[in-house]
Ligand binder design. Structure first.
Ligand SMILES: Nc1ncnc2c1ncn2[C@@H]1O[C@H](COP(=O)(O)OP(=O)(O)OP(=O)(O)O)[C@@H](O)[C@H]1O
Ligand SMILES: [Mg+2]
Length: 359
């Protein structure tokens, strides 16, 4: 007769006034001590009087009596205290356990939408994997997830795995040597995700914390556009190490970059910005791959980086194939074209910056 067995037997005792849930589940069966042929069970009842206390005490005794070997002495003690209920896991119970073996968690952010944040995030992930790093990417854009299309994984259905304690693990989708996760995998195709504030925020955290990332050198978080509450809460709750800000070279972008940078530098967050990525830095036509046309001037990115005192990590040209590859689900960073190599170069600089900051 073991304590575990006794708890097992006690699950047969249901509480008639509590939806027939058993006393183990309800946390009323608080403690079991087995000592030779003697078993002592402590039942914990809440402060308010439970009219079924007598009944449950008797029922617990009978349950043990039915299973225990002959001659067992059974003692049922009762104490008054809030029972330890087995809470249903919810997002607030999610731990950081899934991130234990992740070395660098880096947010990919921008001040405004449409600057190519997701394009940069996806290609950076693929490029880091090309350099031999173990990489994951979480698409934190719950309103317009773009990672599934950009990686050609729209049809993927992430599997789950039971967890020892807490909610089950979600397994990431693996392709191009990267582990991908996106709320897009859980939505019906074509169905708009109309989530609001707290709900979107929780879904987001769940999507990052409940994933079995295992060992990673880099986990990139493709942040949703903007710098609102959702961002602050995300940066606070996910132990992000720092950020990469994506921008375009136009003058108007300066004010947006400032918003992005300030989001990480504000005193409540205070995370380093590893650097700036200037996307669409120059235009290169497909038929003249070596030509660079600086439509918005040449040094915009460098000046901006200097203005904010952060390194310019990389410049990515605007080329038709980057967009086409994004639409086709085969990231440009897989190729050895100049634009593909621009992402690989960027990946190398980010890796150096991140390792330099922490080691
Ligand atoms: N360097 C580039 N060359 C060509 N097209 C690009 C480049 N970067 C991004 N694009 C295209 O621009 C569009 C917007 O890019 P993307 O979705 O990556 O931006 P985003 O900043 O993530 O947008 P959102 O704010 O909506 O999340 C996409 O169609 C993408 O293919
Ligand atoms: Mg995006």
């Amino acid at each position: 007769m073991t304590e575990k067995e006794v708890f097992e037997w006690l699950t047969e005792v249901e509480h008639p006034a509590r939806e027939d849930r058993n006393i183990v589940e309800l946390g009323i069966a608080d403690e079991v001590v087995v000592d030779g042929n003697r078993v002592t069970v402590t039942l914990a009842f809440p402060k308010r009087p439970d009219p079924l206390k007598q009944y449950l005490t008797g029922a617990a005794k009978s349950a043990i009596y039915r299973h225990a070997p002959g001659g067992t002495e059974i003692e049922i003690k009762t104490v008054v205290r809030e029972p330890k209920t087995q809470k249903k896991p919810n997002v607030n119970d999610l731990s950081l356990e899934g991130l234990t073996n992740v070395r660098h968690i880096i947010g990919i952010a921008s001040g405004k939408g449409g600057v190519g944040k997701s394009t940069v995030a996806v290609n950076l992930a693929v490029a880091l994997a090309r350099l031999g790093y173990k990489v994951g990417l979480a698409d934190a854009d719950v309103y317009g997830p773009s990672v599934p299309i950009m990686t050609g994984t729209e049809d993927a259905e992430p599997l789950s795995e039971p967890a020892e304690n807490g909610p089950e693990w979600i397994l990431p989708v693996e392709k191009y040597g990267v582990k991908w996760m996106s709320v897009g995998y859980f939505a019906q195709p074509g169905q708009a995700l109309i989530w609001r504030g707290p709900m979107a925020c929780n879904a987001l955290k769940q999507m990052i914390l409940q994933v079995k990332w295992e060992v990673l050198d880099f986990l990139l978080i493709d942040m949703p556009p903007g710098t609102g509450d959702i961002h602050i809460s995300l940066v606070n709750d996910i132990p992000m190490e720092g950020a990469v800000i994506v921008t375009t070279p136009q003058d108007v972008a300066l004010a947006d970059v400032e918003k992005g940078v300030n989001m990480f530098r504000n005193k409540n967050i205070a995370k380093p910005v590893f650097g700036l990525v200037e996307n669409m830095a120059w235009f290169t036509p497909a038929e003249l791959p070596e030509n660079r046309y600086y439509l918005f001037g040449r040094d915009g990115g460098a000046r901006m980086a200097e203005h904010f005192g952060i390194p310019l990590l990389g410049q990515i040209p605007i080329v038709q194939s980057i967009r086409e590859d994004g639409d086709a689900g085969t990231p440009a960073a897989l190729s050895s074209r100049p634009d593909g190599l621009a992402f690989v170069e960027l990946a190398g600089r980010l890796a150096a910056a991140a390792d330099g900051k922490t080691e």
